[in-house]
Unconditional design. Structure first.
Length: 130
């Protein structure tokens, strides 16, 4: 059994993306977006995603629909939905997300969005298969 004090862990991480746990069918990742930063418009064809926002303010865009997000908001993104999340406030937007199935390599830590994009482009951030 693994137990996470998820709010504390997420709030203490300044990394753009940090994988915390990967199982056979799901994965837990914490993220921090700087003011004005976004995750980047993307589609996960085979992954459902649940994003829970812990602090900061932002905007969710899912299949063309925009909504404000903040502490206590959970956004469900079904596989195949085009989505992006943007920090619209003056403070970091902190969240954790659960992917089903996993979407990142176990042990992934991307300190910045640029580092994350470079790793993905180089094929260095592949989830476990099988």
């Amino acid at each position: 059994m693994e137990i996470f004090e998820i709010a504390s862990i997420a709030e203490q991480s300044a990394d753009f993306r940090r994988e915390l746990w990967t199982g056979k069918h799901s994965q837990l990742v914490v993220m921090t977006l700087k003011p004005g930063e976004d995750i980047g418009l993307e589609v996960h064809p085979d992954n459902d995603q649940l994003l829970t926002f812990l602090s900061g303010t932002g905007e969710a865009l899912v299949d063309g629909e925009k909504r404000a997000v903040g502490p206590g908001t959970l956004v469900a993104v079904p596989a195949g939905a085009e989505h992006n999340f943007t920090n619209t406030g003056p403070l970091p937007l902190v969240l954790y997300t659960v992917y089903g199935p996993p979407d990142h390599a176990p042990g992934t830590v991307h300190r910045t969005k640029e580092e994350a994009e470079a790793a993905e482009a180089a094929g260095e951030d592949e989830p476990p298969r099988g």
